[in-house]
Design a protein around this ligand. Structure first.
Ligand code: NAD
Ligand code: IPM
Ligand code: MN
Length: 360
């Protein structure tokens, strides 16, 4: 099979982690006999510098025509006062691809359980999936600014809630059958609608999934008190942004988490959840595991190339077991060196495969 992938390395550590993710994709393709064609485009601040805007019409078109899109990270102090910030390009890209469901898994590999700022016995075995609504809510509402006041409008339609909730219910069926919907229905009207649509859908179409509801403030607390209680967490755009950064402290670094943003059809958008990390950019210190996991999600959820995705994840598991990490986790590898070790681990896995027919 042959697939076309657009790469958007972006800004800061974006290009550093994208290089490693690309190497993982190429190696997985080589070992499983698929063909990947890459097309790299400026995006975010890099695109502002090259073309005067964070997402050009040509880049959006190239992304829409691709089989999958991989993004590093965007933003940085250089563009914080630009008329259109790099982050606006990211929102336009998500909207332009129609990727309304953002899947952000977090699990704690046994070797990582002592890397968390939380107690080891508390985080051990935690394994959750945050399903974040990605193309609605306050991120996309009308904005008004004047000298003495500003407003951001938050709107959700039944349709927007239902389609992302379906994704979360389906994911719960594939996992441990539990869904926690997070909202602020004690205050916000969008959350009241959210809760009633999710409840109705659950009762009608997913009675086999154990559904509960939690207010976002309590969920933020519960996530630290008893993270193993969560299986799938469904929530709106802004709450999901915040809770997923919080959840990254279960395994101990934001650099570990990847994500898949999916719509009705291809292409999906695959990106680590972290930003451009201006404080460490250019120093080869970034943790690329989140980008590597996003590459695995691109192969699995984006292209259905499950064997290639599994190969990457098995190599990552081995590296965790060996404590082969970057500095954020107390390891001594640089970002690029970690990439080289990953490829070596993938090659080694190939050599340990059982031959299909035993010799003799
Ligand atoms: P950030 O995620 O870039 O960094 C937060 C902290 O985590 C920093 O100390 C950073 O060094 C560290 N960190 C992040 N990724 C890491 C990695 N892979 N390895 C090791 N350490 C890592 O968040 P921020 O500082 O709030 O934002 C910086 C810029 O990135 C802003 O312009 C913001 O808008 C943008 N941003 C972009 C995305 C994206 O492209 N998807 C996501 C979040 C933030
Ligand atoms: C993320 C980021 C983005 C978001 C920003 C950069 C627009 O924080 O991908 O989590 O808030 O969605
Ligand atoms: Mn975020």
């Amino acid at each position: 099979m042959s697939w076309n992938i657009v790469l958007l390395p972006g800004d800061g550590i974006g290009p550093e982690v994208t290089r490693v993710a690309r190497a993982a994709l190429e190696q997985a393709a080589l070992q499983t006999g698929i063909k990947l064609n890459f097309n790299s485009q400026h995006f975010g601040g890099a695109s502002i510098d090259a073309h005067g805007e964070p997402l050009t019409a040509d880049t959006l078109k190239a992304c829409q025509a691709a089989d999958a899109v991989f993004l590093g990270a965007v933003g940085g102090p250089k563009w914080d006062d630009a008329p259109e910030r790099p982050e606006a390009g990211l929102l336009a890209l998500r909207k332009g691809l129609g990727v309304f469901a953002n899947l952000r898994p977090t699990s704690v590999h046994p070797a990582l359980s002592d890397r968390s700022p939380l107690r080891q016995e508390l985080v051990e075995g935690a394994d959750m999936l945050i399903v974040r609504e990605l193309t609605g809510g306050i991120y996309f509402g009308e904005r008004e600014v004047s000298e003495n006041s500003a407003s951001d409008k938050c709107t959700y339609s039944r349709h927007e809630i239902e389609r992302v909730a379906r994704v979360a219910f389906e994911q719960a069926r594939l996992r441990r059958g539990k869904l926690t919907s997070v909202d602020k229905a004690n205050v916000l009207s969008t959350s009241k609608l959210w809760r009633s649509v999710v409840s109705e859908l659950g009762a009608q179409d997913y009675p086999d999934v154990a559904l509960d509801h939690m207010y976002v403030d309590a969920a933020a607390m519960h996530l630290l008190r008893a993270p193993r209680d969560f299986d799938v967490v469904l929530t709106e755009n802004m709450f999901g942004d915040i809770l997923s950064d919080e959840a990254s402290m279960l395994p101990g670094s934001i650099g570990l988490l990847g994500s898949a943003s999916l719509g009705r059809e291809r292409p999906g958008l695959f990106e680590p959840i972290h930003g451009s990390a201006p404080d460490i950019a250019g120093e080869d210190k970034a943790n690329p595991f989140g980008a590597i996991e996003s590459a695995a999600q691109l192969l699995e959820a984006g292209l259905g190339e499950n064997e290639a995705a599994a190969l990457i994840r098995r190599a990552v598991d081995r590296m965790h077991a060996n404590r082969e990490w970057t500095g954020d986790l107390g390891g001594d590898l640089t970002c690029s060196r970690l990439g080289i070790r990953l490829i070596e681990q993938m090659e080694a896995l190939d050599n340990t495969r059982q031959p299909v027919l035993a010799a003799g």
